[in-house]
Structures are given as C-alpha cells and as structure tokens.
Write a protein that binds this ligand. Structure first.
Ligand SMILES: Cc1cc2nc3c(=O)[nH]c(=O)nc-3n(C[C@H](O)[C@H](O)[C@H](O)COP(=O)(O)OP(=O)(O)OC[C@H]3O[C@@H](n4cnc5c(N)ncnc54)[C@H](O)[C@@H]3O)c2cc1C
Length: 393
C-alpha cells in the first residue's frame, strides 16, 4: 500500500514511477478491517485515489462484559474500511504499464547519479531513487540496515472476518453495528463491521472484523507456527495451513471466555488464523538514494489502526520534499528529518497501548499505563482513536 501511495504522490509532482511487486498475482483479499483515520482520508484524497464507498460508518464504540452487558461507551463516528477497498482505490491510480507483478527485489547499488536495482531472474532497472515500501520484513531495509529487526511484542491475535449473513440475530442487533471491545484480563477482543466480498456495502452482505489478542511467549509462538503438515514457519502460518488442534484449543478457550455474541462471530469464521505482533523503529529511513516508507520504515503494533495512514503520510511527505527541493539528496534528507521521528513516536505510542496486556512491563511509566488501561473506559478513549498524534505536538 505504501508503494502504491508513493507512486500516486510522485506521479502528481511529475515523476515517472514504476511499482515492482513480488507477488505474481494481483493482491486481493489480504487482511481485513482498517480503522479510518482523518490522516488516511486526507492522503487518499490528496493522492488522487479518493474516498468513494470507503466503508461502513459506526456511530459509537462500546465495551461489554462476559454477559454482553454494556460497561461503557463513547459516541465516536468512525468509518471502518478494508484492505481490499484501499488497495482497489490506490491500484486504480496506476497505469498498467507501470505496475509490474512478479518482481522480487534482490539488491540495490548506488552512485551519485542514482540507483541500480536488481530483481530475481536478473532484470535490472536504473532510477534516480528507490522507494522501499516492501513491508515489515523489507528486503530493501535488510540490505541497507540489516541490524534493524522487528521485535516480537509477546502477544498475537486470532483473527478472521465472518459474513454478516451468518451471524445470529442477537449479534446483529447488539454488537454488529458498533465498534465493540471486550477486555478480559490480559486479552482484548475487538470487532467492527466492514465491507463484504468485492467491497460490497449492502446490509446483509457485509463482514465483521474480529480480532482477539492473546499473550504467548516466544517459545509458545514458535510452537504455534508449526503448520498442519508439521512444517515450522518463522513468523506466522498461512491461514489454510493453521493446525486444527490449535483451532480446537482456541475454540474451547473461547467458549469459557467470550460473551455469546463475540463467540458467535468467532465460530462463524471459516478459517481463523494468527498474526503475531511485532514492531521496530530504525535510526534512519533514508540511505543515500534509498528512501523507506510505510511498514518498511517503522512498524507499530496495531493498537492505533494507523499503519495505512502512516503509509500515506510518508509517501505524501516524500513527494512534497522532492517537489520543494531542486536537489534530490537534500530532499531525501528533509524527508528523513520529518518522518523518522514521527515513525518513532507512533511505534512508542503503540508500545504504551500494548501495556494493557501486561507483557514485559519494565518501567514505572509502563506499569502506570498498564494500570490506567485496566478500565474499559480508558481503552475506549485510547485504542484506535483519531488525532492521537496531536498529543505530541
Ligand atoms: C493485525 C493487524 C491489524 C492492522 N490494522 C490496521 C488498521 O486498522 N488500520 C491501519 O491503517 N493499518 C492496520 N494495520 C497495518 C497495515 O496493514 C500496514 O501498516 C499496511 O499494510 C502497510 O503497508 P505497507 O505497504 O507499508 O506494507 P505491506 O502491506 O506489507 O506491503 C508490502 C508489499 O511489498 C511486497 N514485497 C515484499 N518484499 C518484496 C520484495 N523483495 N520485492 C518486491 N516486493 C516485495 C509485498 O508483497 C507487499 O505487497 C494492521 C496490521 C496488522 C498486522
């Protein structure tokens, strides 16, 4: 997504841009819900992608207890969108001839004139700059700063997106139309409505974004990353290969822990899967003529739901600095000076919110934050709320 944003913004200042994507096929159906932030809407509008039929609007957020009773609530209108919808809007900004599937970045070499980029299979491209928008496990960053490595947060999520049509009437009546939190000790369950297949916003054909945070140490996570065929994966298991015994254990826990409505959502997920939570910051996001954007530059835990907004804002800032400076190197320096500290701040904010789960609390401030977040109301005030960066201005 940060690659598409970068291409859109750079083309608007008159640059020729080509996007190289490792996947051989169009990316669809990846991920699920995305919290809409004002910064994301601004970036979508400014990039030319627009915000048409972005998602489902909720009027408020609620917290519920084990019996499904509302323990606290906040009026907060938010648009919940989806990875698919954003991908489609951004993908449409790029001409087919400049979007290249099946290109795996291998290495970059630089001199004073620019970059020479090599892809698997031997293809080489020359350009003024390389924008590394290749995600948390970025191969571009692995070459430029191999010492920068994502760190496991000590917790992971079970997730999935059941169809609205499959949910029980009680679920649809109570939690479905709202941003819902259920917060048992050292866990978080979060759910909200999102568009259905093919960005369908028609009531009855939408889906529900379900996320359940649970704590697991690195050894437990490693064991969970053994798939149905006994193969050990390094970071996570592709959804179709999730082990059935793990899913059965998770369902058994869920029956003991979750309120009926959230249990209904979980049990209607065809293939629940896990995503371990990692984060990292990097001391710099520009390396000569190589500029990192989005998750490749800095990756926060997903408590603010801000990754897409950051991807858009990184790309926009990069284009603005290149437009404002005659000298490319000076522009990239200015980009680094603006966005590296912001990326840092977002990651640190994510760690603050992550203290709710009580993992690895090191400082007095961690413990204070952890205690504060034990209240449902505080979680409603802090998790995935708009304008959280204003507090740092
Ligand atoms: C559980 C969870 C919940 C989230 N919730 C939200 C939310 O509510 N709101 C929000 O805004 N964000 C959310 N995010 C974050 C969001 O998904 C990311 O911030 C966003 O996808 C960042 O996009 P990106 O383009 O930087 O990286 P990616 O989406 O990872 O894209 C990187 C791309 O680079 C390609 N690539 C990788 N390596 C190579 C290579 N060697 N050569 C060529 N191509 C390559 C990949 O195929 C991929 O297409 C969430 C993340 C998680 C894990």
């Amino acid at each position: 997504m940060s690659g598409l944003f970068s291409a859109a913004f750079l083309r608007r200042i008159g640059w020729d841009v080509d996007v190289y994507e490792r996947s051989k096929v169009e990316l669809v159906g990846r991920g699920a819900g995305i919290t809409g932030h004002p910064e994301l809407f601004d970036a979508l509008e400014a990039s030319g992608a627009g915000t048409k039929d972005l998602g489902v609007e909720v009027p408020k957020r609620i917290a519920i207890d084990r019996e499904g009773r509302v323990t606290d609530e906040r009026p907060l209108r938010q648009i919940l969108t989806s990875w698919d919808r954003l991908q489609r809007l951004l993908r449409a900004t790029i001409d087919e001839t400049h979007y290249h599937l099946g290109h795996n970045f291998e290495r970059v070499d630089q001199d004073e004139r620019g970059v020479r980029v090599q892809f698997s299979g031997g293809k080489v491209e020359h350009a003024d700059i390389l924008v590394g928008g290749d995600g948390i496990r970025s191969s571009v960053r692995a070459q430029m700063a191999p010492e920068v490595q994502p760190v496991y947060a000590g917790y992971y999520i079970w997730r999935g997106a059941p169809n609205e049509a499959d949910l029980a009437p009680e679920t649809l009546r109570t939690i479905y139309p709202l941003f819902t939190f259920y917060l048992p000790k050292r866990q978080q369950v979060i759910g909200y409505p999102i568009a259905g297949f093919n960005d369908d916003l028609t009531p009855g054909r939408r889906r529900y974004n379900f996320i359940w945070y649970r704590v697991a140490d690195a050894a437990q996570l490693r064991e969970m990353c053994v798939d149905e065929n006994g193969v050990q994966h390094e970071y996570s298991v592709p959804p179709p290969l999730m082990r059935k015994d793990l899913i059965a254990d998770m369902h058994r826990d869920a029956r003991d822990i979750l309120p009926d409505t959230l249990l209904d959502c979980l049990m209607k997920i065809g293939r629940p899967f896990i995503t371990p939570i990692y984060d990292f910051t990097a001391p710099q996001i520009v390396y000569g003529r190589v500029a990192m954007v989005g998750d490749a530059a800095a990756n926060a835990r997903p408590h603010m739901g801000f990754g897409m907004a950051k991807a858009g804002a990184d790309a926009q800032a990069l284009a603005e600095h290149l437009d404002a400076h005659d000298d490319i190197d000076a522009a990239l320096k200015a980009y680094n000076a603006e966005r590296q500290p912001i990326g840092n701040r977002i990651v640190l904010h994510g760690r603050k919110l992550g203290t709710h789960l009580g993992v690895d609390l090191k400082t007095d401030e961690d413990r204070r934050m952890h205690d504060l977040l034990q209240s449902d109301g505080a979680m409603l005030d802090w998790i995935a709320v708009p304008h959280f960066l204003d507090a740092y201005k």
